[in-house]
Structure formats: structure tokens, C-alpha cells
Design a protein around this ligand. Structure first.
Ligand SMILES: NC(=O)c1ccc[n+]([C@@H]2O[C@H](COP(=O)([O-])OP(=O)(O)OC[C@H]3O[C@@H](n4cnc5c(N)ncnc54)[C@H](OP(=O)(O)O)[C@@H]3O)[C@@H](O)[C@H]2O)c1
Length: 280
């Protein structure tokens, strides 16, 4: 059987290179392309069974519009964008008969795909008729990834928490330390392991392309609502911990403990493993 031909536009970048190696290890025939590297985007679109747009969101939408009309029903147009609503609409309306939004929920520093989440945002056509969506799923699942299908809008709402609020909180910790004039290297000598891990996560963010993080917060239209909810949670916690009612903090924590339920024990076990591995 012929090898599946996978073309990656933006294959010169972090995710593109990572998936070039991954798909090659799955015995696919992978060709990468960049603005100054490899075949032209049009040539790659015509020659690939699966064409992946691994470029920033704005560029992906433009490329979907220009390359979609070149693609046939025997091909699949996909992308890796971290938000899915706009790119899935652009791909579905591009003239490409089959399209599939993908979101690998990990970055190019990740050693293995095993245990990693990948979201599939399938259009109805691809779901029923594309062998390539199934081929991708098999490659991912065979190597231990976890595939979840999700509507693009629902995906973006979830990412407003997982990416938007999560990275926002990391940035706010950095902002508070700056205001307090506590440098991370000074904090190291009085850090607990869990605070040191938090400092590492702040460092990790600033060691990477900060514009990507800015986009994940600024360009997700569901983030403002999540931030409003977070501000309300801060207000509730602040009242419980600093107000005059001595019982309020305990009641507040008990409610959250009930909400987190059995997960708390799992969180303790997993985070202890991370801390033991890192700091002992
Ligand atoms: N990094 C992550 O953790 C992560 C995780 C999940 C999903 N994603 C998504 O994956 C995609 C790629 O991210 P990445 O981290 O691999 O970014 P990256 O390292 O910056 O690579 C993106 C590539 O896109 C190409 N590119 C940039 N601007 C372009 C334009 N205007 N037109 C055409 N090509 C352009 C560049 O290649 P040339 O300069 O060679 O043209 C670059 O190598 C993004 O949509 C991102 O949201 C990233």
C-alpha cells in the first residue's frame, strides 16, 4: 500500500517539525513547506493526501481560503490552530470538500505523544467520508494519544479556561512579584517546592514566544467572560479570607472541596510525583 502523503505548511516551525518527526515515525511520507523552504504551498496542497496548516491563526485562515479551492474530495485539509471556531469555518467554506480541525493540546517541547490530548473538530462530511481522518486518528491512538471530538465553539470555550485563564494567572503572578520587587532568583532561597514549581511555570512562559500566549488570551472571544467569573471568584475568596466572619474561610473551602471531590487525592498523588522527581 502507498504511504499516506502528509504535507505540513509551517513545517519549519515548532509544531510542524515535531509532527514531521511523528508522522515519519508512523511511516507516512511527509513533506514540509515554509515561506522560503520546500515546495510552494499550492504544489503541496495539490500533492498531499492530508494537508496540515501549522501556522499562526491569521495565516491559517488566509491559506485555507486560497488553498481550499485546489483540493479534491480525495484529500483532507486540516490545521493545528489553538482556537478552532474561525479556522473551522474558513476551512469548511474554503471549497475544500473535506476538512478537519485538530488541536494537539501540547507543545513542541513534549517528548512523547503518549497520554497527550488531541481534539478533533470534524465537519459532518469528513466524519462520514474521509479515510484520512481515520488514518490520523489511528496514528495518534496507536501511539497512546487520547482523541476527543468537540464542536469548535465548545472547544474555544474550554480553551478560555485551559489557555486563557491559566496563562493569565501565570502572568499575574509574575506581575505581582514585579510589583513586590521580589526577583525569582531571590525567591528561590525561601521557596517551598510547590512555589518553586510555580516559578518554573512562570519562567517557562517567558522562555517561549510570548506573542503566542498573548494571542491565546487576547484572541479567544470567550476569555472576557471567564476572566469576569475569575474576578468574582477572587472577590468571593477575598471576602471569605479577609472578612470579619471567622467561619467564612472554612465554609468556602469546604464547598470547593466538595466540588473537587475525589480528584483532590489524585491531584495530591500526581503533584507529589512531579515534586519528588524535580526537587529530591
Ligand atoms: N507551540 C505550541 O505549544 C502549540 C500547541 C498547539 C497548537 N499550536 C498551534 O500550532 C500552530 C503553529 O505553532 P508553532 O508553535 O509551531 O509556531 P511557530 O514555531 O512560530 O511556527 C509557525 C510557522 O508558520 C510559518 N509562518 C509564520 N507566519 C506565516 C505566514 N504569515 N504565512 C505562512 N506561514 C507563516 C513559519 O514558517 P516560515 O517562516 O518558514 O514560513 C513558522 O515556522 C499555531 O497555529 C499554534 O496556535 C501551537
Amino acid at each position: 500500500m502507498d504511504k499516506v502523503k502528509i504535507g505540513i505548511i509551517g513545517g519549519t516551525g515548532g509544531m510542524g517539525k515535531w509532527f514531521e518527526d511523528f508522522f515519519t515515525s508512523c511511516d507516512a511520507h511527509v513533506t514540509i513547506s515554509g515561506r522560503k523552504t520546500g515546495p510552494s504551498f499550492e504544489e503541496l496542497a495539490k500533492a498531499s493526501d492530508i494537508l496540515i496548516l501549522s501556522v499562526p491563526m491569521g495565516a491559517a485562515i488566509d491559506l485555507a481560503k486560497s488553498l481550499g479551492p485546489l483540493m479534491s474530495k480525495n484529500q483532507l485539509l486540516t490545521d493545528f490552530c489553538s482556537m478552532k471556531e474561525d479556522i473551522c469555518i474558513a476551512m469548511a467554506e474554503s471549497g475544500a470538500p473535506l476538512s478537519l480541525g485538530l488541536h494537539p493540546l501540547f507543545g513542541p517541547q513534549t517528548a512523547s505523544i503518549k497520554g497527550m490530548n488531541i481534539i478533533f473538530c470534524e465537519d459532518a462530511q469528513s466524519k462520514d467520508t474521509s479515510p484520512w481522518a481515520n488514518a490520523l486518528e489511528k496514528m495518534f491512538v496507536d501511539h497512546g494519544a487520547i482523541i476527543t471530538r468537540m464542536d469548535p465553539v465548545e472547544h474555544d470555550k474550554k480553551m478560555a479556561l485551559v489557555q486563557g485563564l491559566n496563562h493569565f494567572m501565570t502572568i499575574c503572578l509574575a506581575g505581582a512579584m514585579k510589583k513586590l520587587d521580589i526577583k525569582p532568583e531571590d525567591a528561590a532561597i525561601f521557596s517551598t517546592p510547590i512555589f518553586r514549581l510555580k516559578l518554573d511555570i512562570v519562567g517557562r512562559l517567558f522562555a517561549q514566544d510570548t506573542s503566542l500566549y498573548a494571542d491565546l488570551i487576547k484572541k479567544n472571544r470567550h476569555v472576557p467572560e471567564v476572566l469576569d467569573t475569575f474576578k468574582q471568584a477572587m472577590f468571593d475568596a477575598s471576602s471569605a479570607f479577609t472578612g470579619s466572619d471567622d467561619d467564612a474561610a472554612g465554609v468556602y473551602l469546604d464547598e470547593l472541596n466538595d466540588f473537587f471531590d475525589k480528584f483532590s487525592e489524585q491531584g495530591l498523588t500526581e503533584s507529589s510525583k512531579v515534586l519528588d522527581f524535580l526537587y529530591t
